[in-house]
Design a protein around this ligand. Structure first.
Ligand code: NAD
Length: 237
């Protein structure tokens, strides 16, 4: 049954959309969190305990991002944003910048960005495309050694939640791409969209933990699934 409400699309992407660009996901049997303790690298406590180790970890991720290029899935989502008739919001859990590199503009990074720094002294944010060290200086307040990656760590509150919740509450279509359903609150978005009466679709390599919550699902690599899905959606399917 077609909705009589104006079209409003919310897309949620996760690490799976960037895997074919050479940026690995964290959670699978080869993933990072299976052999590295996330508490040491992705919590405020881990950063306080050993800031140099945490900064090095994110420096390496930032360099890897600099070597990566957007893939066919990122490009297809930028095309969808340009051609979709209705409200559009891309919510990414990714901290890489591959959606922007492909041309996406109506997007929010709910878990922050690798290319951004946050000053613990003044709360200021700034672009930070290079390595960060324990001697990095905040360009806003001049404090030394208080800069951290502007990413949301375990135990911290994701960004842009008011906007995301408002869009989910009026969504007519919700699509989750390359996300495992492991990370909250993102894993809950499908249920928020369903309550709003949205059609819900999962595109993933394999069924996610929340696959039963979706009304439709397609499984395969994002670079194949997403361009074909965007073609169908723009054709009115
Ligand atoms: P996840 O690692 O928990 O799950 C990734 C999902 O993608 C899995 O369900 C997997 O089956 C699927 N997948 C793998 N390869 C795929 C492909 N080629 N095509 C389609 N799907 C594929 O990722 P998540 O749910 O996004 O959560 C992980 C958290 O770690 C996020 O919060 C994110 O902040 C962070 N992270 C970010 C990046 C990045 O910025 N690229 C990379 C790793 C982790």
């Amino acid at each position: 049954m077609k909705s009589s409400r104006p079209p409003s699309l919310v897309i949620l992407t996760g690490a799976g959309v960037s895997v074919e660009s050479g940026i690995p996901q964290f959670r699978n049997r080869h993933g990072l969190w299976t052999h590295v303790d996330y508490r040491a690298l992705a919590t405020p406590e881990g950063f306080a305990h050993n800031p140099a180790r945490v900064l090095d970890f994110y420096n390496e991720r930032r360099r890897a991002m600099g070597r990566a290029h957007p893939n066919a899935a990122h490009h297809a989502l930028a095309r969808l944003e340009a051609d979709f008739k209705g409200d559009f919001l891309l919510v990414t859990q990714n901290i890489d910048d591959l959606h922007e590199a492909a041309g996406s503009r109506k997007l929010v990074h709910m878990h922050g960005e690798l290319a951004s720094a946050l000053c613990e002294a003044c709360g200021g944010r700034c672009r930070w495309p290079r390595d960060m060290t324990v001697n990095s200086v905040c360009p806003a307040c001049g404090a030394t050694g208080r800069m951290r990656p502007d990413v949301v760590w375990f135990g911290e509150v994701p960004y842009h939640m008011d906007l995301i919740q408002a869009r989910l509450a009026s969504a007519t279509l919700f699509v989750a791409i390359g996300t495992s359903g492991n990370v909250y609150p993102a894993a809950q978005f499908v249920n928020d969209a369903r309550r709003a009466g949205a059609r819900t679709i999962e595109l993933n390599l394999e069924p996610s933990l929340s696959s039963d919550d979706f009304s439709e699902a397609l499984y395969g690599p994002a670079t194949e699934l997403v361009p074909a899905f965007v073609d169908r959606l723009l054709a009115g399917d």
